[in-house]
Write a protein that binds this ligand. Structure first.
Ligand code: GDP
Ligand code: MG
Length: 167
């Protein structure tokens, strides 16, 4: 079976761990665990008639530590860059995070996730800003919710599809 590594990126609290949990276990814990290190979850699934063993690498706690970044990224076939739809600063920092990853890893498939799409009343990123990001950078954006599960499976499936094509 093909094995592929996916890294989760994005500012603290955007929902990286919750998205992995939702995808791997189809549950939502609603808990906020801050521990140090990296958690690696595994999920076997099928994309386009291809069995894939995904390894999902997720930083626990602060994810801006230079010293762990290159070993975290090594061998990654793709990544999800998560933004919190309700916190504008996580949209702003996504641009520098993306630049950093590309410098370190080169061009590999990735998707931008606007997470917490269930919190409609608290959105702090405008449609214009999202459209501009898509137009200017050509990034693919999905609106997800780890809480409701909206488009979570689709995000991992689409990324894996692109990774298999890229390989
Ligand atoms: P991480 O630091 O990026 O791993 O973020 P977590 O997965 O730990 O989530 C941070 C907080 O946001 C937690 O309290 C989660 O319950 C909450 N959260 C994560 N995803 C969602 C979502 O889609 N909707 C809502 N309403 N809350 C979410
Ligand atoms: Mg986390």
């Amino acid at each position: 079976m093909i094995q592929k590594k996916i890294c989760m990126f994005g500012a603290s609290g955007v929902g990286k761990t919750s998205l992995v949990q939702r995808f791997v276990q189809s549950i939502y814990s609603g808990k906020y665990h801050v521990t140090i290190g990296v958690k690696i979850d595994k999920k076997e699934f099928s994309v386009a008639n291809q069995d894939v063993n995904l390894m999902l690498w997720d930083f626990q706690g602060e994810d801006n530590q230079h010293k762990v970044r290159s070993s975290f990224l090594r061998g990654a076939s793709g990544y999800l860059l998560v933004i919190d739809y309700t916190r504008h600063e996580t949209f702003v920092t996504a641009f520098s995070i993306q630049k950093m990853i590309e410098t370190e890893l080169g061009k590999v498939p990735f998707l931008i996730l606007l997470n917490k799409s269930d919190l409609v009343d608290d959105f702090s990123i405008s449609d214009d800003e999202i459209d501009e990001m898509k137009a200017k950078y050509g990034w693919e954006v999905l609106k997800t919710s780890a809480l409701t599960g909206e488009r979570v499976e689709e995000a991992f499936t689409e990324l894996t599809r692109q990774m298999l094509r890229h390989a």
